[in-house]
Structures are given as structure tokens and as C-alpha cells.
Ligand binder design. Structure first.
Ligand code: AOF
Ligand code: ZN
Length: 348
């Protein structure tokens, strides 16, 4: 169900448990090839075990919750498992959770979001085939929210792409002489660094890498490296010089020698990237937009006018207004003197 409507046949204690499971899921790493998943085991309305998935290579939420219940000395047979993501049916880095729940004697399963991963999905069917009632789509909106970019990325079979721009009011990223520090305010730049800390990879073209000598790190207000450092991906055929800032402390430097956005995303997908942030330059931004491979635009706009100088996006092949790339606004956020406009390209 959508728009907050509650699926039928869900008990109030199960809804509460799902809220708890969502809360637990959010303890998992926000940036990881694997989803954030939480699980609560209920017996006669009380929680007997709970767990969350702590990232790729570690035990799944259901397995953690089962172990928790046993460690607390509870009998799991007959319990209800409340899980934020459909229990997996595959043997990946860990065993199939649907099987683990069946083996433990779980008598009912409540799920927020179906697993879109074709390799892992099918757990609900496995459980039903074994005679266990399964309720799906419980607090599905909240479930999707906690999954973030993971869900659309896995659905699409490629990383979710956010295009970030930082421009003057007249859409320019630099003055005619190339100087660009600083168009947006410290508040907006702070916000952009928080965005960097939430993605798996930052992508720029070699032109930008050579001209701007960016470090592409996620930094704190004090200028230190934030905990998580995204991959630093440079797209194109030119080499990053040995003394470039990109080779300094920060995320791993990855060079992708192609100009084809689909190939760039395939290379990132192979590295487990779920959320990629395309930061420029204009040519790379246009290539991703032309390929229909931008899922979301984050446009930081400063109340500054330049009147000349390069734009954030190069030629899109649009020569008449009817062909303009129109975006659906998602949100508008004031950031000090600047604003952040988040919008998604409209797909026909
Ligand atoms: C679950 N419970 O807690 C998670 C699930 O490589 P693996 O074995 O960790 O499998 C990863 C896939 O399993 C992931 O892409 C997603 O489809 C599912 N994640 N499933 O039942 C969990 N994290
Ligand atoms: Zn699993």
C-alpha cells in the first residue's frame, strides 16, 4: 500500500514491532552494497529477539534476531517475525533467511518491502509454500525510506545517480577567467559535504579533475576527513597527475576510461556502488542527462550573478523550448543565503 495506508490483517503490536524494526534497520551502515534491514521477533505481543544487518559480509537481520532470542533463552517456535525487507531465499555471503525462519518454527511473517534483488527475492513465496502466513507492504513507505538509494539501484540494476551542481543565479559555475571559489556559501558547502558522506562514489570527468584539482573527499566543518570516504571516480582518457589532490588522503581513486555513462555505471555497479554523485563538469553532466541516467538533481544556487562564464550543464541537444529537460521538484531548502533545489527528471 502507498500513502501511509495500512495493510489489512496487521495487528497493532505487529505495527509497533515494525516501527521498532525500522528503527533498528537505521543502525546499519547508510553506505553499503547491502540494504539496511531490521527484524523483531514477537511472541504473544512481546519482543523476544531483535536484530539488524550491519553490512555486507555480516549476518542478516533475521539471523541476528533468532540468535538474540535464543541468547535470551526464548523459544522461537510459534513466534512472529517482523522484518523490514522480505527475507532472502538465496545463499549469498550468508544462508537463506526464509529457511532459517522456517527451521526455527516461526509461525507468521510480517514484511515492509519486497526484495527487488532477483538473486535473493522469493522468501515470501518460500514461507507461504511452507504454510506460514505472510503479510507484506506493512509500513512500506517507511521501509522504502530506510532503504534509500539501495532500492532504486537494485531495481534498476545500476547505481542511483545524483547530479550535483553549484551555480550562480544565472547558472554559471565559474567566472570567465575560470575562478570559482567560492560561489556558494559555507552553509551550502557544508550540506554538500554531508551529501558526499552519504554516497558510495563521487564521479567527475578528467577535465574537471585536471582543471580544478579537487580532492573529492567528505570533510567535517573543521576540514577533517569525515568517517566514510566515497570512491573517487575519474571518467575519461586523460591521466590524473601524480601530485593531484585526488591522490591524497581520501577514498580510493578509480579511473574509468570511457565517456559512456552506462559503462561508467556498469563499472561502479561491479564495485557494489549503490549511490553515485556526479559532480561535473558540464560535459559529464550533459552526457548523463542525455543518456537518461540521472535520477535526481541537487542544484545549489547562490544569489550571485556573473553574466558570463561556463554553465553547469553542457549542450543537451535542446534547441527549442518544447524539448527542454523538465524536472519534477522534490524539495527546496534554504541554506544560508543559498537554496538547494532537489528535483527528478521526468521520465516518459
Ligand atoms: C535478508 N535480511 O538482513 C538482508 C538481506 O550477500 P548477502 O548474502 O549478504 O546477500 C545480500 C542480499 O540479501 C541483498 O542484496 C538483499 O537482496 C538481501 N539482504 N536479506 O533477508 C537481511 N540484508
Ligand atoms: Zn537473508
Amino acid at each position: 500500500t502507498t500513502n501511509g495506508a495500512v495493510a489489512p490483517h496487521v495487528r497493532d503490536d505487529e505495527l509497533d514491532a515494525m516501527r521498532r524494526a525500522l528503527h533498528l534497520a537505521a543502525r546499519g551502515p547508510a553506505v553499503d552494497p547491502n540494504p539496511r534491514v531490521g527484524c523483531v521477533l514477537l511472541r504473544d505481543g512481546t519482543t523476544i529477539g531483535e536484530g539488524w544487518h550491519a553490512g555486507a559480509g555480516t549476518a542478516h537481520a533475521e539471523v541476528v534476531a533468532l540468535a538474540d532470542a535464543r541468547a535470551r533463552g526464548h523459544e522461537v517456535r510459534g513466534a512472529t517475525a517482523v522484518v523490514t525487507l522480505e527475507p532472502c531465499a538465496h545463499t549469498g555471503r550468508t544462508g537463506p533467511c526464509a529457511r532459517a525462519l522456517l527451521d526455527a518454527g516461526v509461525a507468521r511473517v510480517v514484511i515492509a518491502v519486497a526484495d527487488p534483488n532477483p538473486g535473493a527475492a522469493g522468501g515470501a513465496d518460500v514461507l507461504r509454500a511452507a504454510g506460514v502466513p505472510v503479510v507484506t507492504d506493512v509500513l512500506a513507505d517507511e521501509g522504502r525510506a530506510v532503504l534509500g538509494a539501495w532500492l532504486p539501484a537494485v531495481r534498476r540494476g545500476r547505481p542511483f545517480v545524483t547530479l550535483k551542481t553549484a551555480t550562480t543565479l544565472d547558472g554559471r559555475v565559474a567566472a570567465a577567467d575560470g575562478s570559482s571559489r567560492w560561489i556558494t556559501s559555507p552553509v551550502a558547502r557544508r550540506h554538500a559535504h554531508e551529501l558526499r558522506a552519504e554516497v558510495d562514489a563521487i564521479v567527475v570527468g578528467t577535465g574537471t579533475a585536471l582543471r580544478d584539482d579537487p580532492s573529492l573527499t567528505a570533510r567535517t566543518a573543521a576540514g577533517d576527513l569525515a568517517g566514510h570516504q566515497p570512491l573517487r571516480v575519474v571518467v575519461g582518457h586523460r591521466d590524473v597527475p601524480p601530485d593531484a589532490r585526488l591522490r591524497g588522503p581520501g577514498g580510493e581513486l578509480v579511473t574509468v576510461r570511457t565517456h559512456d555513462p552506462a559503462q561508467v555505471l556498469a563499472a561502479l555497479e561491479a564495485r557494489g556502488v549503490r549511490h553515485a554523485l556526479v559532480e561535473g563538469g558540464a560535459t559529464l553532466a550533459a552526457a548523463f542527462l542525455r543518456a537518461g541516467l540521472v535520477d535526481e538533481v541537487h542544484a545549489y544556487v547562490a544569489p550571485v550573478l556573473l553574466g558570463s562564464g561556463p554553465a553547469a550543464v553542457a549542450d543537451l541537444g535542446v534547441t527549442t523550448i518544447a524539448d527542454a529537460v523538465r524536472l519534477e521538484p522534490v524539495s527546496v531548502l534554504p541554506l544560508g543565503p543559498d537554496v538547494l533545489v532537489v528535483a527528478t527528471p521526468v521520465r516518459e
